[in-house]
Design a protein around this ligand. Structure first.
Ligand code: P6P
Length: 336
């Protein structure tokens, strides 16, 4: 008989969350577990629509535009609606911030959590078949809160969970609940996210930098010098490799798995940077720190210590392995 290896004890996301539930302080009541299950449904549904979109050409401008004026693609609208409906149906979410919604959404009914999300980040790349993703962060409501903007204008250090699902050849979910980072891959025949990257640490030491060099003329002098130096032979005699996909989820996913540095600095064109604090910078910074890396602002401050003044506020961000970020901190005269 042709012997083949059958894994008969796979760890699904549901089993993983239940097994870690009692360890996660923020999950004393098991509500976070229920919320994460509603989230995974949204990811599966969005993944399904992205697959179909490429087949039935759902892609194409929906005519509307989002809070920052970007022309919305149909998938943005679908992703946003799927996410809002899944969070509303969960019964655990009171407050929702979406990149696609100008204002905060406060649901009727119960719910002890506030969720911030970018339903389909990098969507401008969808037509080119580039991996896009859903980025999310979760806060527990402030004590006694009935659900208001105060529940989300808080430092990223107060998030209880965060992560992203990247829709590539497979759907990859990278999740932290403050106990490290775990990666799951969607087995669509089972309809389950399977644990594939347990306790992921950013230990790759590939010399990679990831930034949009098209912004070079807008960068400050120190930033221009920093990247110019990376192009010179380093101690190992080799210069850095440049890798930039232009979809944050894809660029951060590669950084988590291979190491290196990703940056979107503020510049003279975008004075506060381009990436949004609540649902792009904070979740990625939380993941990187939990994987043993770092995430800092242009001034070298910890990204997670920022406090947004408005729900779509932006910040410059530098994230990657501790080694690479310390190199940046040294270059701007901040002690590592
Ligand atoms: P640029 C995609 O539009 C996005 O929000 C992130 O996913 C990505 O990192 C960034 O913008 C790319 O911006 O200016 O390099 O095209």
């Amino acid at each position: 008989s042709d012997e083949f290896e059958v894994e008969t004890d796979i760890i699904t996301l549901t089993r993983f969350i239940l097994s870690t539930q009692q360890k996660v302080a923020a999950d004393a009541t098991g509500e976070l577990t229920l919320l994460l299950n509603s989230l995974q449904f949204a990811f599966k549904f969005i993944a399904n629509n992205i697959r179909k979109a490429e087949l039935v050409n759902l892609i194409g401008l929906a005519g509307a535009s989002n809070s920052t004026g970007d022309a919305q693609k149909k998938l943005d609208v679908i992703g946003d609606e799927i996410f809002i409906n899944a969070m509303k149906a969960s019964g655990n979410v009171k407050v929702l911030v979406s990149e696609e919604q100008e204002d905060l959404i406060v649901f009727d009914g119960p719910g002890n959590y506030a969720v911030v999300c970018d339903p389909i980040d990098g969507s401008s790349n969808i037509d080119a078949g580039v991996s896009v993703g859903t980025i999310f962060g979760i806060y527990k409501l402030l004590p006694g809160s009935k659900g208001s903007i105060k529940d989300v204008l808080r430092p990223g250090t107060e998030m209880v969970a965060a992560g992203y699902t990247m829709y590539g050849a497979s759907a990859h979910l990278m999740l932290t609940t403050g106990q490290g980072v775990n990666g799951f891959t969607l087995d669509s025949s089972l309809g389950e996210f399977i644990l594939t990257h347990p306790n992921l640490k950013i230990d790759g030491d590939k010399q990679i930098y990831s930034v949009n060099e098209g912004n070079t003329t807008y960068w400050s002098e120190p930033v221009q010098k920093f990247f110019a130096d990376l192009k010179k032979p380093q101690e190992n005699g080799k210069p850095y490799s440049a890798r930039y996909i232009g979809s944050m989820v894809a660029d951060v996913h590669r950084t988590l798995l291979y190491g290196g540095l990703f940056a979107y600095p503020a510049d003279s064109k975008s004075k506060n940077g381009k990436l949004r604090i609540l649902y792009e910078c904070f979740p990625m910074a939380f993941l990187l720190e939990q994987a043993g890396g770092k995430a800092v602002t242009d001034a070298g401050e910890r990204v997670l210590d920022l406090i947004p003044k408005a729900i779509h506020d932006r910040s410059g961000i530098w994230l990657g392995s501790e080694k690479e970020i310390n190199k940046f901190l040294k270059a701007i005269g901040k002690d590592a």
